[in-house]
Design a protein around this ligand. Structure first.
Ligand code: SDX
Length: 424
């Protein structure tokens, strides 16, 4: 629980003083409770929520200046290298890493919910085959709300908990089927004898004609680590979207679909796809210098760089880069785009334009190069991000519903027409 510090901020308005309480968390900046500003007839104003703490949370902590990311107190590099994605899911959902018994029990629960109602498979047919996979995901995940609505009671903790398991379990199936649909191959059903990441890659790349398809363990390990690196990230745009939708009491599957929609944007989760397109456009190292000039004149952004919170290296980018090196060398792949990305990073990190603006590589800068090595097409990159972030979204949804909350309803600075009458 946040601690009232006893300290107060004093706002002086029109000769009156308003005392605003200050609260402390366990880590990070104190916060000023501004709700009493309303009594003065003013709103606070913070477009983009640059300085706004929207809620109290115990799930993830980010120190943007130091490049620190903790999930329930554990550093992301330790989770990515010493825990599985499902162990990280358990941690995000419950607050603790699982014991061996709890891990087995959770894996079995997830395994028993990887199938979807057979009628869900028919929703895909409404899409063109060349639909963007994120458009399909918005649709089919939202459609799950039609199968789990009647009888769902958001006040019932058991209903909430099974929802979390169902979403973690089913999202890989729907993501793989989204890919299969866009390439015109039949859906491949999940198998109970495979691990989470293996099962996803199996559903992505196996075909009925290749009954003995085996997932490369190097790729399965890399996939699992990529899922962990994308699992949660505090109150980012898509997580805030899920919380806002959830604050109305909306169906949780519909809330997750709202999160998928928000993640799709190139300023957010869509950046991983945009990085590969940017590397394709640059083409070779010789073209880096003129491209950087276009960045500085703001004609283009250096996708995969910059972050609202990190003003230092994104710790996930560091692990992603190490994984990139491991996977490419293990597979014997010499990807010129990796060399191009490293040259872009080298130049950016030594250029005053980027240094002054504290622009560093973020989670999206290297992820696409590994995903490409795993065989995942560029348009599916953000679907992978959505798959992995579903556990973060539902963890925040659970946290919000586990205590008192109010519907989110921001106000505005109105600069439109004053009242006027229709004159006919
Ligand atoms: C994710 O919030 C999260 O936690 C998100 C995420 C998560 O896990 O959920 O971490 C995932 O979304 C990572 C970010 C992926 N997006 C990109 O890589 C797209 C490229 N990055 C930018 O669009 C931008 O950096 C943002 C959107 C990420 C952050 O933007 P801000 O915080 O609003 O910063 P800003 O746009 O005000 O930029 C400050 C300055 C500006 O220059 P000036 O006006 O001061 O001259 O930096 C410049 C910007 O033009 N700038 C960039 C840049 N990012 C910022 N210039 C060139 N290339 C960039 N990528």
């Amino acid at each position: 629980m946040s601690e009232a510090t006893g300290k107060k901020a004093v706002l002086e308005l029109d000769g009156k003083k308003i005392e605003l309480p200050i609260y402390s968390g366990t880590l990070g900046p104190d916060v000023i409770d501004v709700k009493d500003v309303l009594a003065s007839g003013h709103f606070t104003f913070d477009p983009g929520f640059m300085a706004t703490a929207s809620c109290e949370s115990k799930i993830t902590f980010i120190d943007g200046d130091k490049g620190i990311l903790l999930h329930r107190g554990y550093p992301i590099d330790q989770l990515a290298t010493q825990a599985s994605y499902l162990e990280t899911c358990y941690l995000l959902l419950s607050g603790e890493l699982p014991t061996a018994e709890q891990k087995t029990d959770f894996e079995n629960k997830v395994r028993n919910h990887t199938m979807v109602h057979d009628q869900v498979s028919r929703f895909f047919n409404g899409f063109r085959r060349d639909a963007h996979p994120m458009a399909v995901m918005c649709g089919v995940v939202g459609a799950l709300s039609a199968f789990y609505h009647n009888g769902f009671d958001v006040e019932n903790v058991d209903h909430r908990e099974i929802t979390a398991v169902r979403l973690v379990a089913k999202i890989p199936t729907l993501a793989a089927w989204t890919y299969k649909y866009t390439i015109g191959q039949p859906f491949v059903y999940p198998r109970n004898d495979l691990s989470y990441a293996e099962n996803f890659l199996y559903m992505m790349f196996a075909t009925p004609a290749d009954r003995d398809y085996k997932v490369n363990p190097i790729l399965a390990k890399a996939m699992d680590r990529i899922f962990t690196l994308h699992a949660d990230h505090e109150q980012n745009a898509s997580t805030s979207t899920v919380r806002l939708a959830g604050s109305t009491g909306a169906n949780p599957y519909a809330c997750i679909a709202a999160g998928i929609a928000a993640l799709w944007g190139p300023a957010h989760g869509g950046a991983n796809e945009a990085v590969l397109k940017m590397l394709d456009e640059i083409g070779s190292v010789e073209n880096v210098a003129p491209f950087m000039e276009k960045v500085k004149t703001k004609e283009v952004k250096l996708m995969g760089f910059g972050h609202r919170v990190y003003k230092n290296f994104d710790p996930r980018a560091k692990v992603m880069k190490e994984t990139c090196d491991e996977v490419l060398s293990a597979l014997g792949i010499n990807d010129p785009q990796l060399e191009l990305a490293m040259e872009l990073e080298r130049i950016a990190l030594s250029d005053p334009y980027f240094i002054e603006r504290k622009l560093y590589p973020n989670v999206d800068f290297y992820s696409g190069i590994i995903l490409k090595a795993i065989g995942i097409p560029t348009e599916m990159f953000t679907v992978i991000f959505a798959l992995a972030r579903t556990v973060g979204w539902i963890s925040h949804w659970l946290e919000m519903h586990s205590g008192p909350y109010k519907i989110g309803r921001p106000r505005q600075l109105y600069t439109g027409s004053t009242q006027r009458d229709i004159k006919r």
